[in-house]
Design a protein around this ligand. Structure first.
Ligand code: URA
Length: 209
């Protein structure tokens, strides 16, 4: 069963409180999402493998630890996922970025892929799929199906806020994908919004309504 990690670092929780606040405007919202994405990237990369490397300091030769060159991929789900990408890249600038766009079919209510542009060596990468909100889980499940179909085998899912319904659905669909969140909220309302949540993440990021 996939694990769920809640990043309860005080800075993440403090910034998330401002992100949730209805009085936080677009500019500040975007900056805060970027900052929280950076802080979450710091936590999510905790298990990256290290290797010992010989270097020379101004004083003497030394054996030090460096990342062992694991390849990473960041895959935002359009459109709100884009708001988290730059914050993650601040810490892992060499990561490749793939994009997946999904819309909800008005009849079946199922997510349908309309766009996918992904690194062509997904099987060699640790892929971090990002979307600020894990609500029903439909988009995350479909996006992960989509990257698995194209070869991805090592996948993590990262979001700001999750509903228990979304976590359960994602765990059931992809038991190999660990979930990294800043907060686990109460539930979904009848319109599929997370309660208390933060409203529509895409609209708040891009200033649309
Ligand atoms: N997507 C959002 O942007 N907000 C929610 O509360 C649920 C899904």
């Amino acid at each position: 069963m996939a694990k769920v990690y809640v990043f309860d670092h005080p800075l993440i929780q403090h910034k998330l409180a401002y992100i949730r606040d209805i009085n936080t405007g677009t500019k500040e919202f975007r900056e805060l999402v970027d900052e929280v994405a950076t802080l979450m990237a710091f936590e999510i990369t905790r298990d990256l493998p290290l290797e010992e490397v010989e270097i020379e300091t101004p004083v003497k030769k030394a054996t030090v630890k460096m990342l062992s060159g694991k390849k990473l991929g960041v895959i935002p789900i359009l459109r709100a996922g884009i708001g988290m990408v730059d914050g993650i890249l601040k810490l892992i600038p060499a990561a490749k970025v793939g994009h997946i766009g999904l819309y909800r079919d008005p009849e079946t209510l199922m997510p349908v892929e309309y766009y996918a542009k992904l690194p062509n060596d997904l099987e060699e990468r640790e892929c971090i799929v990002v979307d600020p909100m894990l609500a029903t889980g439909g988009s995350a499940i479909e996006a992960i199906h989509s990257i698995k179909k194209r070869g991805a085998v090592n996948i993590k899912f990262m979001c700001l806020i999750a509903a228990p319904e979304g976590v359960e659905a994602l765990q059931a669909a992809h038991s190999d994908v660990d979930i990294y969140i800043a907060a686990l909220d109460e539930k979904l309302n009848d319109h599929g919004y997370i309660i208390p949540g933060l409203g529509d993440a895409g609209d708040r990021l891009f200033g649309t309504k």
